[in-house]
Every structure is written in C-alpha cells, then in structure tokens.
Ligand binder design. Structure first.
Ligand code: PLP
Length: 390
C-alpha cells in the first residue's frame, strides 16, 4: 500500500457512530468509574481523543514513535528546550526563524542556556562549534527566507558522536518532502500553522520524537506547562493533513515555474530556490528531499527598500502577509516585516538584503501567478524609474 493510502486510511472511522470524519471531543473532563479507572482519558489537558488521533497521524507522517500537538509552533519549540538545564548549550542554524531566536536569546538565556549560531550549511562549522556543554543541535533546512540547505545526515553523525540531541524544524519542507528522523535526527518540530494546516486558518505546533522515551519526556513538559492544541484546531489540522501530499506536489511545481521565471527576469538580481541547479544546496536538497518546496525568495537589481515595497504592494493574487504554506499565495518583505527586529548589518550579513522579497507560492494556476508578478515588475519600473527594460 502506498504511504498516501496508508495515511488516509490511518485516520480512523469513529467506532461509536461510523462517522468518517474525526469527531471533535469538545470536553474538559471524562467521567471515571472509580478513581483512576477510566476509558484512557481523565482530563483534557493531559489527553483528548481528537488530539490523540492527530498525534498518531503526525508520528506516522514523520516516521517517529510519538507525536505531540501544541497550541503553536513556538509552544512546541519551547517544550523541546525544557529538556535542557542551566549551563547547557545549543548549536543553532544562524539563519533561524526570528521567533525561535527571540525564545532562545530573550527567554532561555535568562535561565542559563547559551546558543552559538553557525552557518550549518558548512558541516565543519557545526563540528567546530560543539563544546562539552552542547546538549542540542538545532537545524532548519531549508531556512527562512534565504532557503539555505544543510546536510541532515552529516549533522546527525556529529550529534551522535557528541552525544547531544538533534532537532530539525521541518516546517519549510514538510514531511512529504523530507523526513529528518529517517536521516538521523532525534526530534522533528513543525509550525503546523503552515503547510500541515495548509489553509491559513489555525495556529498549531507538532513535535515528533524518534523514541517513545523522548516523547514521554516532552509530553510530561506539555502536561506540566499546558500548551495543548484545542480539539477543534486538532480537527482542522487533521483535515489539512488529509490533502498534504496533493498540495505539496502543486506548491513545488508552481514554485519551480516561478523560480525559473524570476531567474531570467531583467529586474531580478538573485533568486533563492533549492530547485534551481545553481543553488549552492541543490545537490544535498536532491539527496535528502523529494522536492524543493513552495517558498521562493529573490532580490532586485535596484537593491532598495523602496523598490521592494513597491513590488510587494503591487500584486493582486500574492497577498501581502506574514506566514506561508497556505492555499493562497502570499508575499512579504522580510527587512521591514519578519526580520525588522534584527539590526540592519546583521540582517544583511545573513543574506536578507534590503530588496529581498519572499514568496509563499500557493495553489493558484501558475500562469495567473506569473502574470501577477509581471504586473508588479511593471509597477516598480514605473515607480522607481528603473532604467532596465523589461
Ligand atoms: C520555521 C518556523 N518555525 C517555527 C515557527 C513558529 O510557529 P508558530 O507561528 O506556529 O508559533 C515559524 C513561524 O513562522 C516558522 O516559520
């Protein structure tokens, strides 16, 4: 049986009623026959049947032992960090999601956790950054917004040799394209708000662990701290996951077409998309992923904020918004939006130029998306007086 068929049919039919959709158990507590004698559920922070169904699907998707569903991607990341203790160190990807950076540096630094940021696309740099206090390696691949690729298998070997945990934030790739646990990671985390949900209608996080022991530890912290996913959002997320394979296939095809269009555009300077053969991580992406994803970033030859702002306000179908991974195409200007809190020099140093635009390519007809981008290029040419001809 194919993995897609297996996934769809692992979503159980309700044994009580035959309902083909997963029931939403909107309850806070469960009646017990005697103290401690129950049907497997006692209080809904600890466990809920709708959330439990989602967690089993998540574990299957990522080929792990245990899935745990959180109220947001950041809550999921937070629960993983609770595995650490005062004095422990993390080696993390330098082009990290801003919210994770804020959590590491503004919250966990207070509790004595130190983070060293390195260019993880350079495996030797990861190795060099490990100290006896390193307890966790934190990776995103591809990264946001420059789509940098790191070698998961090679870094997993470093983690194993250094006896530290290895966690991959797999939000950008999705488990359809990349399964980090199969490549040697111990933990996978998702902002399920993005591709897994897929419809821009919920905030959710998922953790999947390689071993049941690690899963039990993180589940303990979730129950102790309380950041669970609601039954309704669990239902929505299951519904999103049911079409994940299909959506990802189309996101990838649309993004590839757009990246190739941008690459030959006279107003574009650089295109960041691992599906382009000139992307520095193309070969590794090809080895460890089944596709290159739905995010494309690019910079303009006119590398000014004014040109980028004219572009991001000049499209019709690409809506100006933070977030990614939904049915509708989105675009954003990281320098003035997602990366605004990072000092300009540091931002530019990690490749986020003043004119960088990030596209979350949706599921519209690709020809319509190309026309939309064309119109925006004409607009910036008029508004910035660019001498480059189209
Ligand atoms: C790569 C990545 N990880 C984690 C998160 C945090 O997820 P959430 O917004 O669901 O808390 C995000 C959000 O944008 C993200 O892009």
């Amino acid at each position: 049986m194919s993995t897609i068929t297996q996934l769809i049919h692992s979503i159980p039919v309700d044994p009580q009623t035959g309902a083909i959709a997963v029931p939403i158990y909107q309850t806070s507590t469960f009646v017990q026959e005697a103290p401690g004698v129950n049907k497997g559920y006692d209080y809904a922070r600890t466990n809920n049947p709708t959330r439990e169904t989602l967690e089993k699907i998540a574990a299957q998707l990522e080929a792990g032992a245990t899935g745990i569903a959180f109220s947001s991607g950041l809550a999921a990341i937070d629960a993983i960090l609770k595995l650490l203790q005062y004095g422990d160190e993390i080696v993390a990807v330098d082009d990290i999601y801003g919210g994770a950076f804020r959590l590491f540096n503004k919250v966990y630094a207070k509790f004595g956790i130190k983070v060293t940021y390195v260019d993880t696309s350079d495996v030797q740099a990861v190795f060099n950054a490990i100290t006896p206090a390193t307890k966790l390696i934190w990776l995103e691949t591809p990264t946001n917004p420059t789509l940098k690729i790191s070698d998961i298998k090679a870094i997993a070997k470093i983690a194993a040799a250094s006896k530290c945990l290895f966690c991959v934030d797999n939000t950008f790739a999705s488990p359809v394209l990349q399964q980090p646990l199969e490549l040697g990671a111990d933990i996978v985390v998702h902002s399920a708000t993005k591709y897994l949900g897929g419809h821009s209608d919920l905030i959710a996080g998922l953790v999947v662990t390689k071993t049941a022991e690690l899963g039990a530890e993180i589940k303990f912290y979730q129950n102790a701290c309380g950041a669970i996913l609601s039954p309704f959002d669990s239902f929505l997320l299951i519904r999103g996951i049911e079409t994940l394979h299909l959506r990802i296939r189309q996101h990838c095809a649309n993004a590839q077409a757009i990246a190739e269009y941008l690459e030959q555009h006279p107003l574009v300077d650089k295109v960041f998309y691992p599906g382009l053969t000139n992307h520095p991580g193309h070969e590794i992406a090809k080895q460890q992923s089944k596709g290159f994803g739905g995010i494309v970033s690019f910079t303009l030859k006119d590398d000014t904020e004014a040109a980028a702002l004219a572009f991001v306000t000049g499209t019709q179908y690409f809506k100006l918004a933070e977030s990614l991974g939904g049915v509708k195409s989105l675009l954003c200007h990281p320098a003035s939006m997602t990366h605004k809190s990072i000092p300009d020099e540091k931002r530019r140093a990690v490749g986020v130029a003043d004119s960088l635009v990030r596209l979350s390519v949706g599921l519209e007809e690709p020809a319509d998306l190309l026309t939309d981008l064309d119109l925006a290029f004409h607009k910036i040419q008029r508004s910035t007086g660019s001498v480059l001809s189209l």
